[in-house]
Structure formats: C-alpha cells, structure tokens
Design a binder for this molecule. Structure first.
Ligand code: PLP
Length: 395
C-alpha cells in the first residue's frame, strides 16, 4: 500500500506550512518506537501510572439475562482518567518531549481526550491548551473543570456546530502558527498521516492484552469483538490484534442518534444517505456531507461519537468487508447504559453504551458456548448530566 494510505483512504492533506511538521512527527515516531529506553519508559508509565493491563471481565449477569453468548468486557474504563484515551495521550506527550516540544494542544469532544492530554502535560511539565466546542462544554462541564484543575487552558469554540469538528479546525489553526514548540496531540485514529497510524499503534495494546487474556480464560479466540466508533481509536486498538483471524467477527457501532434516515446521527459507514468519501481534517475517508459537499453537522447523545468524519482505516476495513459497521440510536444507547448499571454495577460511558446496546440485540442470536468481547472504552461519570436530561430527571 502507498505510504500513509489504507487502500484509497488516508493520505496527508494538510496546508503547506504543516508538511514539515508532519514529516518531523513521522521521523520522530519511528525513532521513538525503535528506542528501547523510550519504549520502556512508556511501558512503565502505562503500568504504574495508567493501570495497564486493564482487566478482561466476564459479565455473568448480563450474559445470563440475555441467554446467549458469553459476554466479556475489556475494562478500558479502569484506565487512569476513565477511558482508553490516556494510553494514546501519554504516548504522544512522550513523543512530543522527545522532539523537544514544550507545549501540547488538542481538540476534545466528550472532554476525555482533553482531560487525558491535560493529565499527560501535567505529568511531563508541559504547557497545554485544549480546544472544545461550546455545545460540548455545556454537556461535559465536569470534564472542563477537571482540565482546569490539571492546569490546562480550555478554549471555547463557537463556530459551526460548536462540537468536535469545529474544535479540530481551531486546533489545526493554532498548530500552523506554533509548530516550532508545539505538538498537536490528535485524540483519535484520524487526521493526516502519520496520525492514524501512530494512534492505532499506541492503542493496539488494547487488542494485544485482550487476545492474550481471552486465550488464557477460554482457550480460544472470541466469536465476535464489538466496539463503538467515533474517530475510531478504541475500535482499531482492539480490532488490530484480530484482523488476521478471519473467523473472528469484528463489529463497529456508530452513533445512530435519532435514526439514520434523517440528519441527526453520526453514522458514516452505515450507508446513510449523505455519507460519501471526501477530505476532512487532513485525510480522505467517509464524511457526512450535504448535496454541495458542505460538511454536515451531526448529532449523538454521546459527545465522543458526534463527529462527521471517521478514521481512514475504518473506511478501508469497511470497503474490504473485514469489519461490519452498524449503529445504535440514542434511545438504544440509553438502554445499554441502564442494563450495564443495573446488571453489572458498572456505569459505562455513553459512547461505550452504543457497543453494549448492539450486544443486547446480538448476544441472543448466538449460542451459549460462543463468546463476545465488548471494548468498554470508558466510564460514565462524565455522562450523568446527559443521561438525567434524556430521562427528564434533574440532579
Ligand atoms: C472519545 C471516546 C470514544 C470515541 O473515540 P474513538 O477514537 O472512536 O475511540 C469512545 N469512548 C469513549 C469513552 C471516549 O472517551
């Protein structure tokens, strides 16, 4: 495959001023991953600071209540700061310091990536600025306060749909002016090369751990692995270890919002009417857009899935039919959320609840001796206000 491409998807569509910076990141990333002492430092932080490896937990009550396949949860919600994002943020922050940068910037939707980047910046003594849409600031205010506590400056973005896409635009604008001392920590397997490859590499530890854990627990590979897909980093992280195992079904669950016939959703690979390949934020991939090619605004109850684009490797994996993409609506996600709270004592992130929601439908179709693994990408403390609003309750 051509460098930086997954089939015809991916590439490096960036302003001229950013090309040297992208090439610098590419070179440094190669050197960093080949440097034993750097990788040892990263591995020790993941273990001592992050809490890796995260457990693979057998959800017995959820399994029993559905009467089908055995369901295991990869507990990414138990990472420091509450989601898988920190694993990538720590890797990129170490890389930034390795490159001699003193300042980190990032975009954030749900706030989880902002919190993870702010955390890594505090840990490594770096300056940090986080761009965030004002819609997301309103629904994720506890994460905004956490970023402030960690010493980061949160910059409200009031343009466009005031969510993730608009925050990425602002962060890119900052980076073009500050590349000399600044690294842009992309939060998902998105953006121009080398970011999709780099983020996948840092998150692939999820899949490596899961593969080993399921083999230890059951002696065989799972029947199916299910993950929610925003930009696609938690999904590609867990899928990457199973892609060569053609018998393992891989399923990505997108945000179906109010349903995919209208415009209030973020289902890019589920054959919704206005999803077509296009260029957004530095790479060629499926993008939700209107008749004139204007990027469409999206809707999801979960801020982390509320994005018009998707990582290019997912467009490729969809095209070659290695991964199936489906969706769960807001209402179904709430049902997944509630089920996990009541049956397992785990409050999941609304993003992860989309993967749980699909499992509620899927598990009863399978036999009791088959296994499903859900990548439980994060915990739901940040989402209690959104859930209360949805259920018409006040906190
Ligand atoms: C950000 C986020 C996601 C979506 O991002 P991906 O890159 O698709 O993984 C999913 N779950 C949680 C908990 C998140 O914070």
């Amino acid at each position: 495959m051509k460098k930086g491409y997954f089939g015809k998807f991916g590439g490096m569509f960036a302003p001229e001023t950013l090309m040297p910076a992208l090439e610098e990141v590419e070179r440094a990333f190669k050197a960093f991953t080949n440097d034993t002492s750097c990788m040892q430092h990263y591995a020790s932080l993941l273990k001592e600071y992050n809490g890796r490896p995260t457990p693979l937990y057998f959800a017995s009550r959820l399994t029993e209540s559905l009467g089908g396949a055995k369901i295991y949860l990869k507990r990414e919600d138990l990472n420091h700061t509450g989601a898988h994002k920190i694993t990538n943020a720590l890797g990129q922050a170490l890389l930034a310091r390795y490159m001699g940068k003193t300042r980190l910037i990032a975009e954030t939707g749900a706030g989880q990536h902002g919190v993870a980047t702010a955390t890594a910046a505090a840990l490594l003594g770096m300056e940090c600025k986080i761009y965030m849409g004002t819609v997301d600031i309103a629904r994720q205010r506890s994460n905004v306060f956490r970023m402030n506590l960690l010493g980061a400056k949160v910059v409200p973005v009031d343009s466009g749909g005031k969510t993730l896409k608009d925050a990425v635009n602002e962060a890119m604008r900052d980076w073009t002016k500050t590349v000399r001392n600044t690294h842009y920590v992309f939060g998902s397997a998105l953006g121009p090369y080398p970011f999709p490859t780099m983020v996948r590499t840092f998150q692939s530890i999820i899949g490596k751990e899961t593969r080993q854990q399921i083999l230890e627990k059951t002696g065989s590979l799972p029947h199916e692995v299910i993950a929610c897909v925003g930009g696609g980093s938690n999904a590609i992280g867990i899928f990457s270890a199973f892609i060569e195992d053609k018998d393992v079904i891989l399923t990505g669950v997108e945000a179906g919002g109010h349903g995919i016939d209208g415009k209030k959703h973020a289902a890019r690979l589920c054959k919704s009417k206005h999803s077509r390949p296009g260029i957004l934020h530095g790479s060629y991939s499926y993008v939700l857009q209107d008749e004139n090619g204007q990027i469409a605004d999206t809707h999801s109850i979960s801020a982390g899935l509320d994005y018009s684009g998707i990582g290019p490797e997912h467009s490729y994996l969809s095209g070659i039919k290695r991964v199936n993409y489906t969706y769960a609506t807001d209402e179904e996600a709430i049902r997944g959320f509630t089920a996990l709270c009541e049956l397992e004592g785990i409050i999941p992130a609304l993003e992860s609840s989309h993967a749980v929601a699909y499992t509620l439908k899927r598990s009863p179709q399978l036999a009791k001796n088959q296994t499903i693994i859900i990548n439980l990408s994060g915990r739901g403390d940040k989402d209690i206000f959104s859930v209360a609003d949805y259920l018409g309750k006040s906190i």
